[in-house]
Ligand binder design. Sequence first.
Ligand code: PBG
Length: 325
Amino acid sequence: MGFPEIRPRRLRSSESVRELVRETRLSPGNLVYPLFVLPGSGTKQEVEAMPGVSRCSPDMIGGEVKRAARLGIPAVLLFGVNEAKDERGSSAWKKDGAVQTAVRRIKDLEPELTVITDVCLCAYTESGHCGVLRGGKVDNDATLELLAKAALSHAEAGADIVAPSDMMDGRVAAIRKALDAGGFGDTAIMAYSAKYASAFYGPFREAADCAPKSGDRKTYQMDPANAREAVREALLDAQEGADIVMVKPALAYLDIIRAVRNASPVPVAAYNVSGEYSMIKTAAARGLVDGERAMMETLLSIRRAGADIIITYFALEAAKLLEGK
Ligand code: PBG
C-alpha cells in the first residue's frame, strides 16, 4: 500500500492528535539552571553578553533559586566567578568561597533542590587555564589533586553532584577517590566528558571572567572534528565512576549526543551553552526569529538527540512556558 491510502498528514491534523503521537517530550524535570555566583554580599550584575542572565552574591540568589524550584526544575548548576586568582587556583577550595557559601544557602532555602557545582580551576588561576601550568603547559597530573580538593570542598558545603569541566585525564577517578575518602560516598559526579574546544563559550567567558590569558584550550578540550573520541571519553569517565556523562556544547553536537546516548551505560546530559543562548536571544531581539519557538525547538532537538538532562540558561523561561505559567 502507498499513496493515496497512506497519508502521514492524518496524524498531523490537530493539536490533540499531534500530542498523541509525539515521540519526544520536554518537561521542566529535564532541565538544569546554571547560576553565576560572586563573592561578597549585596551584589547583582547583569551579564551583557547574555541577555536575562545575571551574576550575584550568595545572599542575592534566593529569588532565582525559589523560582526554579517552583517551576519544577530539579537542579541548579553553580559557577564561581571573580574570586582571587593565583598560580594554583587556591580560591577554588576555600571553605567560605562564593560557591561553597551559595551551596549552603541554597540547601537552607530549598533542601529538595539538587545542587550541582562546576569543578574547574579556570576561574581561579592567574593564567585562566583549567589546570596548573608547568613550563607553559597545563600539567595534567599535578592538576588532579587540586580538582579533587575543590570537589571535596563543594561536597563538604552540601553539594549533591560535582561536575568537573576541566577535561584533565583521570580526574573522575581522582575526585571519586577523594570524595569516598572524605566520607562523601553519596555525592555524585556529572563529568563534562565530551567537552569541545568551542567558539560557543564566548559569552560565558565574559560572565565568568575565565578566558585563558595566553594560548587556547585545545590541548585539553576536544577537537570538533572528532566523534569516536567522544564515545571513548564518555566510556572512560563512566568506568572511572561518573554517574552522569555530558556532551558540550549541544546544538552543533547533536550527533555526538546520539552517539554517546547509544554507547553510555549512564544518563547523558547536554550543555546548551552560552553562545547558543545568546545567538537566539540576539536574533529574537532583532525580530529575526521568534525567540520562544526557537528556544523550544532547540531544547526539543537536544532531547530528541538523546539527552536525558539539558543544562540551559533558558531553563526558567522554558519551564514557565511548559507549565503554562
Ligand atoms: C569552565 C567552563 C566553561 C563553560 C563551563 N565551564 C568555559 C570554558 O571551558 O571555556 C562554558 C559554559 C557556557 O559557555 O555556557 N571550564
